[in-house]
Design a protein around this ligand. Structure first.
Ligand SMILES: *[C@@H]1O[C@H](CO)[C@@H](O)[C@H](O)[C@H]1NC(C)=O
Ligand SMILES: *[C@@H]1O[C@H](CO)[C@@H](O)[C@H](O)[C@H]1NC(C)=O
Ligand SMILES: *[C@@H]1O[C@H](CO)[C@@H](O)[C@H](O)[C@H]1NC(C)=O
Ligand SMILES: *[C@@H]1O[C@H](CO)[C@@H](O)[C@H](O)[C@H]1NC(C)=O
Ligand SMILES: *[C@@H]1O[C@H](CO)[C@@H](O)[C@H](O)[C@H]1NC(C)=O
Ligand SMILES: *[C@@H]1O[C@H](CO)[C@@H](O)[C@H](O)[C@H]1NC(C)=O
Length: 596
């Protein structure tokens, strides 16, 4: 049929179809078509944007243009290094624009007077052009901006205080322009990337900006002063400067200091109380346990002592042995309560630290089942697992002994102590921990063990900074558990594929900085909806936004997480595939982090 010659009838039909196709496209022409065409007419004398013409009237297919899938409106324009010139005025009517990057072109003249229609912009890069004149007042309409880069232009006039409207701003780069006047008292809590060097600024640097490095202020008027530059001669001014300073409020607002101290004290008291309570319960526990031994109830233990070996404290191969008594005599500190029981940190008499978990009575199966399971789990050794060392099983007491991990859990590293003064968990560390955790879970799956309870509090960090998966394989002892934020919607029982889902939620937690149980009960759904709207930049943890050059890796990791949390279990990748994908995110050692 395809090889048969076309009849005139066919040709007519084809012409008609193509005509009506063209007609329908023209009729539903995107409202963004004409602004873009007039932009090209004014700015592209060397016809670098040759595709931008009415032969293909859908702007979404043009070079440098992306659209929202939902309504086919132009959402991003990235035209860098194309020798474009003239003005960007026609672009100001693109009311759905979120990303505009025109860096390294030859645009000149003032910035457009009205930017109000661009209020959805999140990223605006106009650096390395020849823009001149002052910042238009309407710039402050762009309240959603994360990044504003106007560096390497000829902009002049003052830097307005109204930039404080950009409460989400992470990046403000105004260096290599002709700005003059004093620096305003900027109070931008998320600002991490700031540069006003090589302008004509003068006067004191407000305290809120004094934590940025010297090079962010260099090459201005010699009268620009105060930390991090030389001390001002009028020394009263910096002291007055910023009562609203978000970076160092403890020092400059003594009225807040007292409650803070009070809170610390309260926390200390509560902590001390908890410690004492743990001690007392352990002592009581020891007492009763011995009593039981003497009254014959702890026969097994006593018998074993008589034989010189504990028949119930079972050690896995190659492990240093100790007696149950050693454990019971050890000083202990509660680490936390989980689904399966309560965990303690115990110091044996020789100084060895171990983690001891007391399994809840109700949740345990029979003795034989327990022994069998523990033999399986106890033999698993991997650099990304917290190894089990021993276990103890008696009618009234089931204990699991494993290595103690002195460093925090991933959960603490991500969510603990947020706010000023916190050291954010950097991107390299997040990738490293995610990769290690993935390898740990993949190893379990290779050994036919389902973890059953993957979450950030079960990803511990060892002395070398490696992720180690804890509490694996215990889900078969658990009573039917309540749903949690990591559980796959389809999971009625624990499977490898439900582990993959939970791991996907963990990855989303690493990327977004949101705590699944508290802040975002359905993290996967939230992320999918945000990504669908092409607001991808908004899902990432604000603490990660300071790392340049890694956005690509973050987006790649996001796609892995989205694949893991697919609703249909058979569409999820296997854990070893996930581990490989995370490993491939960054060719080893080729990336360096920049943080400034
Ligand atoms: C118009 O765009 C098409 C591709 O979309 C290209 O093939 C054609 O050469 C362009 N026409 C002109 C006049 O630049
Ligand atoms: C840029 O445009 C100017 C004039 O429009 C032209 O002279 C110059 O050669 C162009 N440069 C490049 C790299 O295309
Ligand atoms: C803003 O958008 C409206 C509606 O699209 C349009 O009428 C108006 O001219 C635009 N303003 C500017 C300055 O482009
Ligand atoms: C900053 O704030 C202080 C006190 O609030 C004020 O004296 C000073 O003039 C302000 N500086 C600028 C540049 O607005
Ligand atoms: C600021 O920009 C200058 C170039 O004008 C550069 O040398 C300096 O390293 C930058 N400093 C920061 C902190 O970005
Ligand atoms: C707060 O100010 C004090 C005293 O100037 C300084 O030692 C400390 O490093 C500052 N802290 C932060 C987070 O900037």
């Amino acid at each position: 049929m395809a090889s048969s010659p076309l009849s005139p009838h066919h040709l007519l039909l084809a012409t008609f179809i193509s005509l009506s196709f063209h007609l329908s496209l023209t009729l539903s022409l995107s409202p963004d078509f004409y602004p873009l065409i007039s932009f090209k007419a004014a700015s592209d004398p060397s016809n670098k944007l040759s595709q931008w013409n009415s032969t293909s009237p859908d702007p979404c297919s043009w070079h440098g243009v992306s659209c929202l899938p939902r309504n086919r409106r132009v959402s991003a324009i990235v035209l860098e290094n194309l020798n474009l010139t003239g003005s960007i005025l026609p672009l100001t009517s693109l009311s759905h624009l979120r990303i505009l990057s025109l860096k390294a072109n030859r645009f000149h003249g003032p910035l457009p007077p009205s930017l109000a229609n661009l209020s959805s912009l999140t990223l605006l890069y106009l650096n390395h052009n020849h823009f001149s004149g002052p910042l238009p007042p309407s710039l402050t309409a762009l309240t959603r901006l994360f990044r504003l880069d106007l560096s390497h232009n000829s902009l002049s006039g003052p830097i307005p205080l109204s930039l404080n409207r950009f409460s989400r701003l992470l990046t403000l780069r105004l260096h290599l322009n002709n700005f003059h006047g004093h620096l305003p008292n900027l109070s931008l809590p998320n600002l991490v990337d700031f540069n006003v060097s090589s302008n004509h600024l003068s006067g004191p640097i407000p305290l809120s900006l004094s934590s940025f490095p010297q090079s962010a202020f260099s090459h201005n008027s010699p009268s620009l002063c105060g930390p991090p530059l030389t001390q001002c001669t009028h020394k009263a001014i910096p002291a007055l400067a910023s009562p609203l300073n978000p970076r160092n409020d403890t020092v400059f607002s003594p009225q807040r200091r007292t409650p803070k101290l009070g809170l610390m004290l309260l926390l200390l008291i509560v902590l001390a109380d908890l410690l004492v309570l743990a001690f007392v319960s352990l002592l009581l526990y020891c007492y009763f346990c011995r009593k039981r031994n003497h009254s014959g109830e702890g026969k097994e233990v006593r018998d074993s002592k008589e034989r010189g070996e504990d028949s119930q404290m079972v050690f896995f191969e190659g492990e240093k042995r100790f007696q149950l008594d050693d454990l019971l005599r050890a000083s202990a500190e509660m680490l936390g309560k989980g689904v399966f029981g309560t965990a303690y940190k115990a110091v044996l008499h020789d100084g060895t630290l171990v983690a001891v978990k007391r399994i809840k009575e109700v949740s345990v199966g029979g003795k034989r089942e327990f022994h069998q399971r523990m033999q399986e789990l106890g033999s698993l050794r991997h650099c990304n697992l917290v190894a089990f060392r021993a276990y103890y099983f008696a009618k009234h007491e089931k204990l699991l002994v494993s290595d103690y991990m002195p460093n925090a859990s991933l959960s603490y590293l991500l969510h603990g102590n947020r706010g000023p003064g916190r050291t954010p968990l950097d991107w390299s560390s997040r990738v490293k921990l995610a990769g290690g955790a993935a390898r740990g879970v993949a190893f379990l799956h290779d050994n036919k063990v389902t973890h059953g309870n993957i979450k950030s509090t079960n990803v511990l960090v060892d002395v070398a900074g490696n992720a180690r998966i804890a509490d694996f394989g215990l889900s078969i002892f658990a009573a039917p558990t309540t749903p949690n934020a990591y559980r796959a919607p389809d999971a009625r029982k624990h499977t490898h594929m439900s582990d993959v889902y939970s791991f996907g939620v963990l990855l989303l937690e690493i990327l977004t900085g949101k705590c699944p149980s508290a802040e975002a009960p359905d993290l996967p759904r939230w992320v999918r909806s945000v990504v669908r709207e092409e607001w991808t930049a908004e899902v990432f943890d604000l603490e990660l936004m300071s790392y340049r050059d890694v956005e690509e890796e973050m987006v790649a990791m996001l796609h892995i997480a989205i694949a893991c949390t697919a609703t249909a279990p058979d569409q999820r990748p296997t854990m070893s595939h996930v581990a490989n994908m995370i490993q491939d995110l960054r060719p080893a050692g080729t990336r360096t982090q920049s943080f400034n």
